[in-house]
Design a protein around this ligand. Structure first.
Ligand SMILES: N[C@@H](CCC(=O)N[C@@H](CS)C(=O)NCC(=O)O)C(=O)O
Length: 199
């Protein structure tokens, strides 16, 4: 299986960490989404990463679906099956992914729009979404289990990405999340290798 990714992407880091946790072999192939290469857009019409291409040529996206596939392939090593635990892991995962979605839009506003066309009220709205999501995660971080789940990999991908895109924000505003990330490699040593990195 091939996974299209970029080294900076929080969502791709999440999927790669999940594969490693499950012992699933993937070949990671770096792509530049800005260039919209045909190998990417033919695998994912949305032109986004991560996208997983299976050995039979079919593709799977986005990071949540890829992780759900890995979970099924591995006999549920990523998501607990008991109803309350399932609900809470999937909701934490959605919150972490949603913070990433909101913050990425603010990055793209600066990266892709000329200054005179930027809309600060819209950017501020995305930031409020992210701040509420981070507050929720900070409030609930004690409920995260020691055993890694998709929620752990979504959060670790997000916080690892924020460490270079929004440097200092987590440390100054969310001390419990900062502490959680510091300790995460103790339960998942491969974080050091697979964490997002500035391209
Ligand atoms: N909900 C998606 C989000 C994926 C996403 O936004 N990926 C970014 C990179 S971190 C991307 O491909 N951006 C390129 C684009 O939007 O064209 C997921 O969980 O995989």
């Amino acid at each position: 299986m091939r996974l299209y990714y970029s080294s900076a992407s929080p969502f791709a880091a999440k999927a790669r960490m999940a594969a490693r946790h499950c012992g699933i072999e993937i070949e990671s192939i770096a792509v530049d989404t800005s260039a919209e290469p045909v190998e990417l857009t033919s695998a994912n019409p949305l032109g986004k990463i991560p996208v997983l291409v299976l050995d039979d040529g079919t593709s799977v996206y986005d990071s949540r679906v890829i992780c759900d596939l890995f979970d099924r392939m591995s006999g549920n090593q990523l998501v607990p099956q008991e109803l309350d635990a399932w609900r809470s892991v999937k909701t934490f995962e959605a919150a972490a992914d949603g913070v990433g979605d909101a913050l990425i839009l603010t990055v793209y506003e600066v990266r892709y729009r000329p200054e005179e066309k930027r809309h600060q009220a819209w950017v501020d709205k995305q930031k409020r979404k992210a701040d509420r999501g981070l507050a929720f995660l900070e409030d609930h971080i004690d409920e995260f289990s020691n055993e890694p789940t998709t929620a752990h990999f979504a959060l670790a991908g997000l916080l690892g990405w924020m460490a270079f895109r929004f440097a200092g924000k987590i440390e100054s505003e969310r001390p419990k999340l900062a502490q959680w990330l510091k300790q995460f490699p103790e339960s998942f040593p491969a974080y050091e290798e697979l964490q997002p990195r500035a391209a």
